[in-house]
Design a protein around this ligand. Structure first.
Ligand SMILES: Cc1cc2nc3c(=O)[nH]c(=O)nc-3n(C[C@H](O)[C@H](O)[C@H](O)COP(=O)(O)OP(=O)(O)OC[C@H]3O[C@@H](n4cnc5c(N)ncnc54)[C@H](O)[C@@H]3O)c2cc1C
Length: 363
């Protein structure tokens, strides 16, 4: 027999676990499912987060940030204080920016624990197959949810099964924990190996860093793994096991609510498109979805409030970031043109771009 549940959250990444936590805290009956058996593994993310102080400046419209963005030291692999922008010809500009690298293999299960402590039921090894006429089919039986929160990543199945739009651009990215003598700073390389995106070095501790890159699939990319190997050799890194995934890279989808379904996190394209940072946005939109879902079920709201709420909290930053990504993806950016632009660009504006703030206060 299908099971009646008030809220079913599909996907226990940062967006889904946070949605489940806040919905359960508000008293709703919540079940959180994920196809993975071990949450957070394999790690498919570089784990870089701006510090809470930087996030307060970058996301000024997200309320009550302390409870969302404080990360316990036990999950922090390294702290960084500067980011170096490296042009295709190796020209460097160093920007003051505080960040940390977290261990998502440990942190993602902790977010599930928070949801469970708040009262949500967690079911690992449970894959959603689709939503048909109000029934959520999974490989472990059917559920009849009052509300479905689809937090099932960039290629969301639930999104497709209710006819909500796909993100306009989903870009591939690779990452590998690597041995290297790094400077202790984050490096962003606008390198030929990462057409329309960038390669990164993100310290994870003494003599270790995440080394990775993304690419715009509309450009001539070639073999991304070979590109990563070439990039790693250039920065002096010895690559460990390479993992990867996909990053929605053209801003949020236009509609994130249909019937009793809400999209959150990567499933909704909720990623800062210009730098690929999705975790802080996933936490904010996950909380909004969880709270709106529980209010709707108790009769004091409507699911469409979610769309208004995420737009108010993170809509501006997502739109600005998507504009940067669009501009950076244009074919005019030959290595020489990129090199000259990075030379001419004032550091103050580069820092604004890094923080996804309008540059020269207009673009
Ligand atoms: C290589 C790479 C590096 C990145 N580096 C960074 C970074 O340094 N900093 C940053 O902020 N962001 C980074 N990101 C982006 C970041 O990983 C995502 O934005 C973030 O994980 C989004 O969270 P989410 O909860 O929406 O989705 P996810 O973390 O993708 O979680 C989705 C969950 O849904 C589950 N799922 C999927 N389909 C189903 C199904 N049918 N049934 C049940 N469960 C399902 C999956 O198993 C998964 O656990 C990176 C991405 C990539 C690919």
């Amino acid at each position: 027999m299908p099971e009646d549940r008030q809220i079913v959250v599909v996907g226990a990444g940062p967006a889904g676990s946070t949605a489940a936590r806040y919905a359960a805290e508000a008293g709703a009956d919540v079940v959180l499912i994920d196809r993975r058996t071990i949450i957070g593994r394999p790690v498919q993310c570089a784990g870089y987060l701006p510090t809470p102080g930087e996030l307060a400046e970058m996301l000024p419209d997200v309320p009550d940030q302390d409870e969302l963005y404080q990360v316990d030291d036990s999950f922090v692999l390294a702290r960084t204080y500067e980011s170096v922008m490296v042009s295709p010809k190796g020209r460097k500009k160093t920007l003051r920016f505080d960040g940390m690298t977290i261990d998502r293999g440990e942190w993602d299960p902790h977010l599930v624990d928070l949801a469970v402590k708040a009262g949500a039921e967690f079911r690992p090894s449970t894959q959603a197959i689709g939503l048909e006429q109000g029934v959520l089919r999974t490989d472990r039986g059917d559920l009849i949810p009052g509300v479905v929160i689809a937090a099932d990543g960039p290629h969301s199945r639930i999104r497709g099964s209710v006819g909500l739009p796909d993100p306009k651009l989903i870009a591939p990215a690779l990452n590998a924990p690597s041995k290297m003598l790094h400077s202790g700073k984050v490096e962003m390389h606008f390198a030929a190996e990462a057409p329309g995106a960038y390669g990164w070095v993100i310290p994870t501790g003494q003599g270790m860093a995440h080394v990775g890159l993304g690419a715009d699939p509309r450009r001539k990319v070639g073999d991304l793994k070979a590109n990563l190997e070439s990039f790693a050799a250039r920065v002096g890194a010895e690559l460990g096991p390479v993992t990867g995934g996909f990053v929605p890279s053209a801003g949020p989808v236009k509609r994130t609510v249909s019937g009793n379904v809400m999209l959150v996190g990567d499933a909704a394209g909720h990623v800062m498109a210009s730098n690929g940072g999705g975790v802080p946005i996933a936490l904010a939109t996950g909380r909004a979805a969880g709270q709106v879902a529980s209010r709707t079920l108790s009769g004091s709201g409507d699911l469409s409030d979610y769309q208004r709420r995420w737009r108010a909290e993170v809509g501006d930053v997502l739109a600005t970031s998507a504009r940067f990504r669009w501009a950076a993806g244009q074919p005019i950016w030959s290595p020489l043109a990129m090199d000259m632009a990075m030379w001419a660009f004032p550091k103050s504006q580069m820092l604004r771009a890094l923080k996804c703030q309008r540059i020269f206060w207009i673009y």
